[in-house]
Design a protein. Structure first.
Length: 90
């Protein structure tokens, strides 16, 4: 249920993250300074968090909104449980 623009944005971000990961792999192979590697890892973690934010916002604007507006109470409860389950892990 992703809009094409959101899907493209998500795919672009995953490519960006993959590029960063490849860079870290090269840094490790080249025995780069540990702190520099850690800083790159932190940049990857931040990028993953931004990616999750985009995906979650899309999910709220599509699937969750549809379930809330829909007639199925079961579907609404399932969507709420899904969200709560995700946040319990963090």
């Amino acid at each position: 249920m992703k809009k094409p623009t959101i899907k493209k944005q998500i795919l672009n971000r995953t490519s960006y993250i993959k590029g960063h990961l490849d860079g870290v792999k090269r840094m490790i192979k080249d025995d780069k300074y540990c702190i520099d590697i850690i800083l790159q890892n932190e940049a990857i973690i931040a990028a993953l968090k931004r990616l999750n934010k985009i995906i979650l916002e899309n999910h709220l604007n599509t699937c969750v909104t549809k379930a809330i507006k829909g007639k199925s109470e079961k579907e609404r409860k399932n969507k709420i449980k899904e969200l709560l389950k995700i946040f319990e892990k963090f």
